[in-house]
Design a protein around this ligand. Structure first.
Ligand code: ZN
Length: 466
């Protein structure tokens, strides 16, 4: 597999530290709110990366943190009149709810800052001992200039960064480029822990250096996150980890592109800010995931009604093909028919195309194109009906690929409500009695309820419009 490594700005053959194993660390959410469609992209992209590695036979350890100690959480707690841990607990629960809807599998470890305070203090102390950090009025800062390679990930020169840097009010750092590893408590009711530098809490960047080392080791295979985290967050993680551990931090850095809304950057002030929770009112989580994978992960995705609708048409084609096959597994002919073995065999070529696309820096857009081609061929294959056996085989081949992308996961048992079944039976009776007007009326009624009826040589197929 080839991966575009942000550290070297080129596609590289992926070589794991230990053969057959891969460790992945992804920066997770700050849990003070529902996550928006832009936050959702890395969750879905790296979940897909994880699924793909597993599909290719790797043993994967996947770690994604929760930032549960942060200024935004403290602010939110004040606004709502509850404690900071109450805020983070609430939004961790909401994260799991939305993530499950997007078919994002739980990480092997979801470490929280609040549960790693002693590890973080230890990490910060080592940086002080090694001369990379200093204490000032209960804060601890990282001396950025002590790390000569600073800027290597984002491709910036330290002197250029210096001119844009400022010291904020209340900060006591020696150099505007320095960043906080530990923050002294400012107000008596603020969440804080005992430390060698007094009561306080960790800065943001230090948590990822500490928790990735604890759960994946000093050097990790892949570090992922949104493009917006590249600087300063990931640059600071590298500075902390490599200064502390004396070995390279992450071998491959993967960053997903932005999501724009109607061509503009998504922001609260523009009012074009969409949470996944809100989008789920209109679209299924399964489809939202498909939408997020419809572009290669490094490219920007534009989120708009038009875009969603056009992607939905393609998604529906795959769903409909799966439903048709599902129907035929129960209502198809018995026993493989002439030529069906060869037809099944021929579907194998799309798996090859799919793998080729995924091996090329996780190109889900091309992988989905391979699925579309497969679906077109399946539709031709079953045009005049098919055997149960063929349908089962083709369905398994289709699901093998959609499972890797984590789509078409919200399968139900295909059961139809009694009221719907009664209408279908009534329509059949009307057709038998040649009462075409009534039959059409029922068909329209069902369509309005979201059910399409398809008369096939094997009987009536009910298609639910997602
Ligand atoms: Zn991080």
């Amino acid at each position: 597999m080839r991966i575009y490594n942000t550290l070297t700005n080129q596609k590289e053959e992926f070589v794991p530290i230990e053969p057959g194993k891969v460790g992945i660390y992804v920066c997770g959410p700050t849990v003070y709110n529902f996550f928006h469609i832009g936050n959702a992209r890395p969750f879905v992209v790296f979940d897909t990366l994880r699924r793909y590695f597993k599909y290719r036979g790797y043993e994967v350890k996947f770690v994604q943190n929760f930032t549960d100690v942060d200024d935004k959480i403290i602010k939110r707690a004040k606004e709502e009149g509850i404690t900071a841990p109450e805020v983070s607990e609430k939004y961790i629960k909401e994260y799991y709810d939305d993530a499950a809807a997007l078919n994002v599998i739980k990480a092997d470890v979801h470490p929280k800052v609040s549960e790693h305070i002693p590890d973080i203090i230890d990490f910060v102390q080592t940086l002080i001992d090694k001369g990379y950090a200093y204490e000032a009025d209960g804060d601890v800062y990282y001396s950025t200039r002590k790390f000569p390679e600073y800027g290597k990930l984002s491709g910036q020169r330290i002197d250029d960064l210096e001119s844009g840097a400022r010291i904020a009010i209340g900060e006591v750092k020696k150099d505007p480029l320095d960043f906080a590893l530990w923050k002294a408590r400012k107000e008596p009711d603020e969440i804080a822990w005992e430390s060698p530098w007094g009561m306080g809490r960790p800065g943001w960047h230090i948590e990822c250096s500490t928790m990735s080392r604890k759960h994946l080791g000093k050097t990790i295979d892949i570090h992922g996150g949104g493009q917006d985290l590249q600087f300063p967050h990931h640059e600071n993680e590298i500075a902390q980890s490599e200064a502390c551990n004396g070995v390279p931090f992450a071998r491959y850095w993967m960053h997903n592109g932005y999501i724009t809304v109607d061509g503009e950057k998504m922001s609260k002030s523009l009012g074009n800010f969409f949470t996944v929770r809100d989008i789920r009112k209109e679209y299924s989580g399964d489809f939202i995931r498909f939408f997020l994978l419809s572009g290669q992960y490094r490219n920007p995705i534009n989120f708009s009604d038009t875009e969603m609708k056009s992607v939905k048409t393609g998604y529906d084609r795959i769903v409909t093909a799966a439903e048709t096959l599902e129907f035929l597994t129960k209502n198809g002919k018995d026993g493989m028919q002439a030529g069906e073995e060869q037809k099944l065999e021929a579907l194998g070529q799309y798996k090859e195309k799919f793998i080729e696309a995924m091996d090329d820096d996780l190109n889900t857009a091309s992988a989905i194109a391979a699925i579309f081609e497969m679906v077109s061929e399946i539709n031709l294959d079953v045009k005049d009906g098919a055997s149960k056996e063929f349908a089962q085989g083709a369905l398994a081949r289709l699901h093998e690929l959609t499972d890797v992308l984590g789509i078409l996961q919200q399968k139900d048992d295909g059961a139809i409500g009694e009221d719907i079944q009664a209408l279908i039976d009534e329509r059949q009776a009307a057709r038998k009695a040649k009462n075409w007007a009534r039959a059409d009326e029922i068909r329209n009624q069902l369509a309005a309820m979201g059910y399409t009826l398809k008369d096939t040589p094997q009987g009536v197929q009910v298609i639910r419009n997602n």
